[in-house]
Design a binder for this molecule. Sequence first.
Ligand code: URA
Length: 241
Amino acid sequence: MGMRLDRLLSELSPKMSRKQCRDAIRAGRVSVDGAAVRDPERKTDPEAETVALDGIAFSYARFRYFLLNKPAGVLSASRDKKQKTVLDLIPGIDPEKYFPVGRLDIDTEGFLLITNDGALAHELLSPKKHVPKTYHAVCRGVLTEEDCAKLSAGIDLGDFVTAPAKAGILRKGDTETVLFLTITEGKFHQVKRMVQAVGSEVTALRRVSMGGLSLPDDLPAGHYTELTTAEIARIRISEEN
Ligand code: URA
């Protein structure tokens, strides 16, 4: 596994020819994890090892993926003149290049992916891909299994009928019910509108997963973790596909 060091170096230094790369390696100017490597054919794993030329390390990760536990009160946007945005919570990344994958309402918390990978964002948001997104919704009043059946079957919201979903009761009290809802669409205020359509109201909403990737239990609101490509791939793995 891995990539030949001379090939990697030429990818990382587009101004150097393949021969210049090989010569630089043979001359001992290139190190892997701090140790000089003089073999141009040496296999390296650019995601796991640090490659440096003349002591200056390259950052190989062209695309980066952050999983943020979005707190309420922060806008799902890259920049805003007045309000704090989710990008403000990840120091050191350029808001010109990074963006949230989809939007959560300002008062919604939980799973939000932030990346500079436009193709992945497009894929995950495409209605055709049906990436399931699971929410926990605190709802006013007492909701029943019948309400969940209606939510699961698809519900007429006036301007559109929701696609089949999964809904169930997580906790039931005298004055509120906590539901889980897994939807494959992402229309504006969709969960809130679905819950309204069964006669209740969402008082707190949190997204807990997307595809096969869940928000870690130990990630507090306002904190983020950088994902590996293997973790990102789990988003595409779901029960549906
Ligand atoms: N549905 C909503 O109503 N709000 C969100 O933020 C996400 C899904």
